[in-house]
Design a binder for this molecule. Structure first.
Ligand code: NAD
Length: 496
């Protein structure tokens, strides 16, 4: 496959392509460590310039008062632009993150779908005429917030970027996007598409750079009226504290340690495929990874043996090979962290059933590969069952009955997702309602729809994205009272 030209030496700031004045960011291809690009990142001056331009653009009546169907037309054009550039976006993102082309193409198409859905939703949104308690016309209307920011992680950038940019623009705001320094390139492809769609200048800027500098400035700057963040729980907590100081709304999509549950009455092929997909696709670098597997004790040995055998057959390989199911991890530093988790699990008495090491052979030399790993023999209180690994590492545990299962699943600080495999629908329903989490899949895993809200409970986050209300989350609600009597207020009448 031809390598795409990764000529990314400028950032899109305030509607213009400018050289960033911040620290240089290096992007390498995780499959072999080769250089993708040196990109000058954004400086604090760049952030301030982007905010200034965004304030002007957001306040301009030409944007703020644009009718919904006219605003929607920009989003439809962006959706079409992403779909038309999906191959290029996918290649850039695979080079930047090491994800398979199959996956990054799906992420690009999902981003296009997000813009299209938000455009369609915008066209059908209604304000409310509320029941009046007097001779008034009373209304509740939604208005843009003004200048907003999206801060995203490296694992699925184009999709998580779209999840912030599309509803923010649909709501009539300006949005400044700060991607992770580990995946700085694909947001520039999004900027090209947005520019080509003719979005008024200043409404969108992209500011790759360090979280502690660029991200921090976006969160604390008085002009920013909302931050939507996707990333780690500790970063999310820090952002929430700073947002509290300026009483700014935040949306936080954070980490997870999600349980997958296999009952004895499940279709074991369906369960085995779902469990493997849930933890090993994206090489486990997924917030919703099903990383704690609970198997009913009566089938524990047989199911785990089946799962281990199938896992050994997964194709670990180059992101550009069509057969690849498990691609490299994003960076050597991240692989070191994954290895640290596995070492701790071993020290805690965990037994490695498969994986637990890097693959050997010339095909893997120079790449940040790690084998899909299954570890048994740990208790739900072990660090491997508590901490997010964000890699292809699965802990397997037996359970005895529903009460024992629900207690173990909920005994965790996270609450992002859960997968249940069973042939008994009433049981699936009962267990799904008892698990403290944001999303439950039954006989499947990691399925998404932009029309269905997404978010977590407990340490997994605050607020929901997507769905019809996804746009409202980027708006301010205003109440309007209009007097219909056209007479002076009785309280003051005598004094007139
Ligand atoms: P991270 O928290 O390190 O970084 C996320 C983003 O925040 C990056 O752009 C980073 O530069 C920025 N950032 C870092 N410090 C900041 C600060 N002090 N102020 C403002 N911004 C700051 O996370 P990561 O390593 O990039 O991504 C992995 C994490 O993201 C995992 O925990 C994963 O579970 C989570 N995640 C959650 C979801 C979800 O929807 N719940 C989706 C994907 C990833």
């Amino acid at each position: 496959m031809d390598q795409p030209t990764l000529q990314h030496d400028k950032l899109y700031i305030g509607g213009e392509w400018r050289r960033g004045r911040g620290a240089e960011i290096t992007s390498n291809f995780p499959a072999d460590g080769s250089l993708n690009a040196h990109l000058p990142g954004a400086s604090l001056e760049d952030v301030d310039l982007a905010i200034e331009r965004a304030q002007d653009a957001a306040a301009d009546p030409a944007w703020r008062h644009l009718l919904p169907h006219e605003r929607a037309s920009y989003l439809y054009r962006i959706a079409d632009g992403i779909a038309q550039s999906a191959d290029r976006i996918s290649q850039v993102q695979s080079r930047d993150t090491g994800k398979t082309l199959t996956e990054t193409r799906a992420l690009a198409m999902s981003a296009a779908g997000t813009f299209r859905y938000m455009a369609a939703t915008l066209e059908t949104m209604e304000d409310a005429l509320t029941p009046s308690r007097g001779n008034f016309l009373t209304m509740s209307v939604y208005e843009p917030l003004g200048v907003t920011a999206g801060i995203t992680p490296w694992n699925s950038p184009i999709a998580s970027d779209a999840q912030k940019v599309a509803p923010a623009l649909a709501a009539g705001n300006a949005i400044l996007l700060k991607p992770s320094s580990w995946s700085p390139l694909v947001c520039l492809e999004l900027a090209r598409v947005i520019e080509a769609a003719g979005l008024p200048k200043g409404l969108f800027s992209t500011l790759p750079g360090a979280g502690s500098i660029v991200g921090e400035r976006l969160v604390t700057h008085p002009a920013i009226r909302k931050v939507s963040f996707t990333g780690g729980t500790e970063t999310g907590r820090d952002i929430a504290r700073k947002a509290a100081d300026k009483l700014m709304p935040v949306s936080l999509e954070l980490g997870g340690k999600s349980p997958a549950i296999v009952f004895a009455d499940a279709d074991l092929d369906v369960a085995c495929a779902g469990v493997m997909f849930g933890i090993f696709s994206s090489t486990g670098q997924s917030c919703i990874a099903g990383s704690r597997l609970f198997v009913e004790r009566s089938i524990y040995d047989a199911f785990v043996a089946k799962l281990v055998a199938a896992t050994k057959r997964l194709h670990v390989g180059h992101p550009f090979e069509a057969a690849t199911q498990v691609a490299p991890l994003i960076r050597p530093k991240h692989r070191d962290e994954v290895e640290g988790h596995v070492k701790r699990a071993r020290d805690d008495g965990g037994v490695i059933l498969t994986g637990g090491e890097r693959p050997a052979g010339v095909d893997y030399a120079g790449g940040t590969y790690y084998l899909p790993t299954i570890i048994a023999g740990l208790d739900n209180t072990a660090s491997l069952c508590r901490d997010e690994v964000f890699g292809p590492v699965l802990a397997v545990l037996p359970f005895d009955d529903e009460a024992d299962l629900i207690r173990q699943c909920n005994d965790n600080s996270y609450g992002l997702a859960c997968g249940i495999y069973t042939g008994d629908f009433p049981k699936a329903w009962r267990v799904a309602r008892a698990i403290d989490t944001g999303t439950v899949w039954i006989n499947t895993y990691k399925q998404f729809s932009i029309s269905t809200p997404f978010g977590g409970t407990k340490d997994s986050g605050l607020g929901r994205e997507k769905g019809r209300d996804g746009i409202r989350a980027w708006m301010a609600q205003k109440s309007l009272y209009c007097d219909l009597s056209q007479a002076p207020h009785p309280w003051a009448k005598k004094s007139l």
